[in-house]
Design a protein around this ligand. Structure first.
Ligand SMILES: Nc1nc2c(ncn2[C@@H]2O[C@H](COP(=O)(O)OP(=O)(O)OP(=O)(O)O)[C@@H](O)[C@H]2O)c(=O)[nH]1
Ligand SMILES: [Zn+2]
Length: 358
């Protein structure tokens, strides 16, 4: 298969085949960020393909005229772009990622596992009711920042809420870098309200608790089209078959939706930078305390406590930061570290409870 991929490299070329190839790859989420890692020769010899599912017996990849299962080999996850080695697919190269969600494996080794690559925007979904919780939203925003993905907070069930303004305001106050908006996920609203993020060549994902409206939103964006259920038979280690759902969907407007079960089980782990990005006001003060190992609790000369006293940082925000840092440390630790860190987590939580009672 010989294709002209030169249009992916600046300056853009024209021509019919070229345009067709471009639009197909773009609808899979191909962007200049990936093109810049390749050359025209690479693209001709090894066409780009995107991983839509990861199975025990291989990776299901899509490209321009490609829809195939390649054997295990590349260290890739859902959303990754590969340069497909057509003769030895298992030796295909994984392109550098724009973004990556990861988690710690359960069990003793607690290895880092890749969950989803190359997501551009993650919608953090919560509803305007008892699900709404600032601490939980901050945790999701920290995960998004850590993964290098743009978070947008979506407040669903706006139609069931008498006054959405306080919710929008509380969500908008989480970070200057995060936009928050209310939406009725049932009906036509989502397509119009999310159009700035759900565009040709973009990849989006959803995070949020059960029942907040994630599937409803995806269905609305699919424009009534049922979510593809292109199930694949997957051989597990014991030779049994299990069926898995496609995890990367392509919307009619050329936007890709990444919907992997791993996203639902995401924990805050290895996210120190993400937390510092959400709490940048607090992070800026760390290192200015009198004691290098200040726990920002009772020590004299604590820059953070002083800022709270001056009214520059809200005490409840500091309490949520303390708890999030402790949680992150606990989740990122090894099993043996966890035993001693468990104590630290309990201590941090007790300190917050004490503070809240004041
Ligand atoms: N009135 C109203 N109902 C909504 C809205 N969004 C979701 N719902 C309803 O809330 C229920 C749960 O929505 P889902 O889309 O299944 O929620 P989910 O986040 O996908 O839940 P999980 O699949 O468990 O993670 C459904 O009955 C939806 O019809 C909304 O904006 N307004
Ligand atoms: Zn301090």
């Amino acid at each position: 298969m010989i294709r002209d991929y030169s249009q992916f490299l600046p300056p853009f070329g024209e021509g019919k085949t070229v345009m067709r190839a471009r639009s197909k790859l773009e609808t899979l989420g191909w962007q200049p960020f990936f093109a810049q890692q390749t050359s025209t020769d690479d693209l001709m010899a090894t066409p780009p393909v995107r991983v839509a599912e990861v199975h025990r017996n291989g990776l299901h990849v899509f490209g321009d005229g490609v829809d195939q299962l390649i054997p295990p080999g590349p260290d890739a996850t859902v959303g990754d772009w590969l340069l497909l080695d057509q003769e030895h697919p298992a030796e295909s190269t994984v392109l550098h990622r724009k973004s990556l969600f990861k988690r710690r494996a359960p069990g003793t080794d607690r290895r880092l596992q890749m969950i989803a690559a190359n997501v551009d925007t993650v919608f953090i979904v919560t509803s305007c009711n008892q699900d709404f919780n600032v601490a939980r939203l901050e945790r999701y925003v920290a995960m998004a920042f850590e993964a290098d993905v743009t978070p947008v907070i979506l407040l669903t069930k706006a139609d069931l809420c008498e006054d959405i303004d306080p919710y929008v305001q509380a969500a908008s106050a989480i970070s200057r870098r995060v936009f928050a908006l209310a939406v009725n996920a049932l009906g036509q609203e989502p397509t119009a309200k999310l159009k700035d993020w759900c565009k040709l060549g973009q990849t989006i994902a959803f995070l949020g608790s059960s029942g907040v409206g994630k599937s409803t939103l995806v269905n609305a964006l699919m424009g009534g089209q049922a979510v593809e259920t292109g199930a694949i038979r997957d051989d597990d280690a014991k030779g049994r078959h299990t069926t898995t759902r496609r995890q990367l969907h392509f919307l009619p407007n050329g936007c890709a939706v990444l919907d992997t079960p791993g996203m639902r089980e995401l924990q805050l782990t290895d996210a120190q930078d993400g937390i510092a990005d959400v709490f940048d006001d607090i992070a800026a003060l760390i290192g200015q305390c009198r004691f290098r190992d200040c726990s920002h609790d009772t020590e004299p000369g604590c820059a953070i406590k002083n800022a709270v006293e001056r009214g520059e940082i809200a005490p409840d925000r500091l309490a949520r930061w303390t708890k999030l840092v402790a949680e992150e440390r606990f989740n990122s630790a090894s099993l043996s570290e966890r035993k001693s860190d468990g104590k630290a987590l309990r201590k941090a939580i007790r300190a917050i409870q004490k503070n809240n009672r004041k």
